[in-house]
Design a protein around this ligand. Structure first.
Ligand code: SF4
Ligand code: SF4
Length: 342
C-alpha cells in the first residue's frame, strides 16, 4: 500500500487507489476495507513496474484477494465452516444438495392436498423449511457485516452513502477498469468486458429470481392467488428470465475462471469459489428444467433436486462467495462515507 501510495500510477483504475491516497498509515482495518473494494480485475498487476522480477515482487491483486477471503472467514459465524467450505466446497455442496433432495422426496410421500407443486410439497412445509433457512444465514451475514463496519471504522452511515454504493454496485462501475475498457482477468494484458457482463448476468438473474419469489408470495397472501401460475404471469416471467440470466452468467464466469492466471487470484480458495458458481448455476438450470417438465412424471424428482439446490444455496450463503456481495456492498458504502468526509 505504501509503495502504491508513493507511485499512484493506477489511480484511475478502481476505488482502491483513491482510497489509498486518503491514508498515510495503513491499519489492519484499512487493509480489510481496501481488500473488499478490490474486485480482482488485475489491471494494476499488468500495469505495475514493481512486479517480479523487480525486487519488490508486488502482486496487489493476489495480496488483496488473500486479505479479502480472510476477512469473510474471520467475520462470519461459525468461522470453521467458512474455512471448511473454501477447502471442500464441491463435496459439501453436492452432499447437501443430495441430502436435501432426499428429504424433499421423503416429504413428498406424505399425503398432501394441494395442487401443482404443492401436491408434492405442501405450502406449510415449504414455509417451515425455507423461512428459517433464509433468515438464519442472513442473521449470520448481518453479524459479520457489523464486525466489518467496526473493524474498518465505518463512521456514520447515511442514506446518501448507501444509495451511492447501491448505484455503483448495480452498474458494476468498478469492473469497467476506469475508462470502460473492462478487466484484464482472462486475457493477461488485454482488456475485456466479458467479466463485467458475466457478473451483471449473475446479479440481475439472481435479483429477477428473487423478485419472482417475492411476487408469488404477494399473490399468495395479498390476493389469495396461490401457485401454479401460467407462463404470462409475473412470477413465471421474472423466474424464467432470471433463470436464463443466472445460467448464462455462471457459465461465463466458469469459462473466464479457466482462462485466468491462478497466481493472481485468491490463494487456496479456488475450490470454494468454483463450487459456489456451479451451485448458483445449478439452481438456475434446475429451476428452468423443472418448468420444462411440468405436468410430466419427472416433476417430483426435478422439484426435489431444485429445492435441494435452493436450500443448499441459502444455508451456505454466509460461507460461500455469496458473502462477497454483502461485504463488497458494505465496502462501497464505507468508501462513499469516507469520500464525503475527505
Ligand atoms: S500497483 Fe504498481 S503501478 Fe500501480 S500504483 Fe501500485 S506500485 Fe504503482
Ligand atoms: S486488481 Fe483491479 S480492482 Fe484490484 S486493486 Fe488492482 S486495479 Fe483495483
Amino acid at each position: 500500500m505504501e509503495i502504491c501510495n508513493a507511485c499512484r500510477y493506477c489511480e484511475g483504475y478502481c476505488s482502491v487507489f483513491p482510497a489509498i491516497t486518503r491514508k498515510k498509515i495503513f491499519t489492519d482495518g484499512d487493509i480489510t476495507q481496501l481488500a473488499n473494494l478490490c474486485h480482482n480485475c488485475r489491471g494494476c498487476y499488468y500495469a505495475c513496474q514493481y512486479t517480479a522480477p523487480h525486487e519488490f515482487d508486488l502482486n496487489l491483486p493476489r495480496a488483496l484477494a488473500a486479505a479479502r477471503a480472510q476477512s469473510w472467514e474471520r467475520m462470519v459465524w461459525p468461522q470453521a465452516l467458512a474455512r471448511l467450505f473454501q477447502a471442500r466446497g464441491g463435496a459439501i455442496a453436492t452432499a447437501l444438495v443430495i441430502a436435501s433432495a432426499l428429504m424433499f422426496l421423503a416429504i413428498a410421500t406424505l399425503p398432501g392436498s394441494g395442487s401443482g407443486f404443492y401436491a408434492w410439497l405442501g405450502h406449510g412445509a415449504m414455509v417451515a423449511i425455507f423461512l428459517p433457512a433464509f433468515i438464519l444465514p442472513l442473521v449470520a451475514v448481518g453479524v459479520g457485516l457489523r464486525r466489518y463496519w467496526k473493524e474498518v471504522d465505518g463512521g456514520h452511515l447515511t442514506l446518501g452513502a448507501f444509495l451511492d454504493a447501491a448505484i455503483s454496485a448495480g452498474r458494476m462501475k468498478n469492473l469497467s477498469g476506469g475508462q470502460g475498457q473492462g478487466c484484464n482477468f482472462e486475457k493477461g494484458e488485454r482488456y475485456s468486458d466479458a467479466r463485467r457482463h458475466a457478473h451483471q448476468a449473475v446479479l440481475y438473474g439472481f435479483l429477477l429470481c428473487f423478485a419472482s419469489t417475492t411476487s408469488a408470495t404477494i399473490l399468495h397472501y395479498g390476493f389469495n392467488a396461490p401457485a401454479p401460475y401460467p407462463f404470462w404471469s409475473l412470477p413465471k416471467l421474472l423466474g424464467v428470465a432470471g433463470g436464463l440470466l443466472l445460467v448464462a452468467g455462471c457459465l461465463g464466469l466458469e469459462i473466464l475462471r479457466r482462462k485466468a492466471d491462478p497466481q493472481l487470484g485468491t490463494p487456496r480458495r479456488a475450490a470454494g469459489e468454483r463450487a459456489f458458481v456451479l451451485l448458483l448455476g445449478y439452481v438456475g438450470l434446475s429451476g428452468l428444467l423443472l418448468y420444462a417438465v411440468r405436468g410430466t412424471g419427472l416433476t417430483g424428482l426435478l422439484l426435489a433436486l431444485h429445492l435441494g439446490g435452493v436450500l443448499t444455496f441459502f444455508l451456505l450463503t454466509p460461507y460461500t462467495k455469496m458473502a462477497h456481495g454483502f461485504f463488497r456492498l458494505t465496502a462501497l458504502v464505507q468508501d462513499a462515507v469516507a469520500r464525503k468526509h475527505s
